[in-house]
Structures are given as structure tokens and as C-alpha cells.
Design a protein around this ligand. Structure first.
Ligand code: PEP
Length: 253
């Protein structure tokens, strides 16, 4: 595969796992061939209580650690239940997912809140993975491109386009998340190109990684990754199965 950008293969474990399950999953993932060659980047995002466990298990291997969420508040303080970007940095998290559709839907996360989180991550040198993606209604109605572009615009208007340099966008159509129905590689490519074209600065456009999420499996990953603007995947369900996750990883190079 001849792409300008290294693929990022990211596992979003969501609210799953236990000390025992995580240990066996990570042990299996560590056996992956090609990790040392750094062909594609591999990332796991466990729930917060397990970040420390995952950090120790990953200490001797080239697999990144990421979080699924971060507080919009700065550093530390009276914010019960929150986890700051500074704490994630302390645990050596390189990435953090923000704006996942489940957080937008179940925790009322607005674009303003997501923008604050984006800032906190940059301040702490953690790469944001900003999720955008249209609802089924928007897809069926045909205004899905406006839907997704305006999500991106509402963040970039506040944060400034230049802050997107070296960050990651995950295009995750809501109708494809956890449904078993993935976007076709053509549908995904169309949206990734649209998102990339949003960045008029060619340095940002060429370097930003736009990964696809929504029912990625070993049976559809290779075709998705063969598209010129798809730079990897954000994987939910299949990232909990080491064999599937690794087969997706292997199909990325
Ligand atoms: C996700 O939650 O980001 C996701 C893409 O889930 P799944 O792979 O299960 O569709």
C-alpha cells in the first residue's frame, strides 16, 4: 500500500474488560508480527480504570495507549468523577478519542464541550481523535455531507484550522456503529475526501489522518484501507477479539 500517511489501527474497547480479560487480550495482541517494523500504528483505548494496567503490559512493545474520553476541565480540582488530560499524559497516553457519537448522544456532549476537550489534549501533547459522523436520517435524507462538515466546522471555528496539524479525525457514520453494517469503501472514501478537502492548507490536508469507524471487520478492512483517503480504522466490537483485531491490523499494510 502506497500512502502518504501511516495507517492508525485503533481499538475502542468502550465499557468492556476486566483485569483478567485485558491481560489476555493484550498478551495476544503483543504477539503481532510486524509491530517492530512500525508499518502501521496500533493503538488500544481501554476504559480509564485499566489504563494503568494496560500501560504496564505495553511497556515493552510498540503499541500506543489511548483514552476514550477526557475532562474539559484543566489539570486538577473539584470535578468529581472527571479525568484530566494531564492525568492521561501522566499515564503516557498518546491519543484520546473525543466526540464519539455515544458520548454526544448519552452524555449530551456539544461541539463546544468537544472543542474544550480538544484544547486540553493539545495542551498536554495528546493527539485528539475527533469523531464525526452522520445519523441515519441525514444519510437517508441526503444531507450527510453538510451534517459532517458542520460538526468539523463548529470545532475548527473555535480552535483554528492550524490546530488540526497532526491530529486524527474519525469518520464514523452513526448508522454503521455496532450495527454490523459498514459504509461501503466508496461511501467512506467520498466522506474522507470531503473531510480532507475541508483543510485548504495542503500541509494539514496531506498529513491529517482520517480513519474510518463503523463495523470494521477482517472481511471488509482491506478494501477500506485500499482507499486513498482512508488512513486506518477506529474499531469497537472487533477490537475485543485479538484474532479479528490483528487480522484487521495485518490488512492495513
Ligand atoms: C466505535 O464504537 O467507534 C465503533 C466503530 O464500533 P464498531 O466497530 O463496533 O462498529
Amino acid at each position: 500500500m502506497n500512502k502518504k500517511r501511516d495507517n492508525l489501527i485503533a481499538g475502542n474497547w468502550k465499557m468492556n474488560g476486566s483485569l483478567k480479560q485485558n491481560s489476555s487480550l493484550i498478551t495476544d495482541i503483543k504477539r503481532t508480527e510486524g509491530l517492530d517494523k512500525g508499518i502501521s500504528e496500533l493503538l488500544v483505548c481501554p476504559p480509564d480504570p485499566y489504563l494503568s494496567q494496560a500501560r504496564s503490559l505495553l511497556s515493552d512493545v510498540n503499541i500506543h495507549l489511548g483514552a476514550q474520553n477526557v475532562s474539559k476541565e484543566v489539570n486538577s480540582g473539584a470535578f468529581t468523577g472527571e479525568v484530566s488530560a494531564k492525568m492521561l499524559q501522566d499515564l503516557d497516553c498518546s491519543y484520546c478519542i473525543i466526540g464519539h457519537s455515544e458520548r454526544r448522544a448519552y452524555h449530551n456532549e456539544s461541539d463546544d464541550i468537544i472543542t474544550e476537550k480538544f484544547f486540553r489534549l493539545l495542551e498536554n501533547k495528546i493527539t485528539p481523535i475527533l469523531c464525526v459522523g452522520e445519523s441515519l436520517e441525514a444519510r437517508e435524507f441526503g444531507n450527510y455531507d453538510d451534517f459532517v462538515l458542520s460538526q468539523l466546522e463548529r470545532v475548527s471555528n473555535k480552535i483554528g484550522i492550524d490546530k488540526f496539524l497532526n491530529t486524527v479525525i474519525a469518520y464514523e457514520p452513526i448508522w454503521a456503529i455496532g450495527t454490523g453494517v459498514s459504509a461501503s469503501s466508496e461511501q467512506a472514501q467520498e466522506m474522507h475526501l470531503l473531510l480532507r478537502s475541508f483543510f485548504s492548507d495542503s500541509i494539514i490536508a496531506d498529513s491529517i489522518r482520517i480513519i474510518y469507524g463503523g463495523s470494521v471487520k477482517p472481511s471488509n478492512s482491506k478494501e477500506l484501507f485500499s482507499m486513498p483517503d482512508i488512513d486506518g480504522a477506529l474499531i469497537g466490537g472487533a477490537s475485543l477479539n485479538s484474532k479479528d483485531f490483528l487480522n484487521i491490523y495485518k490488512s492495513s499494510f
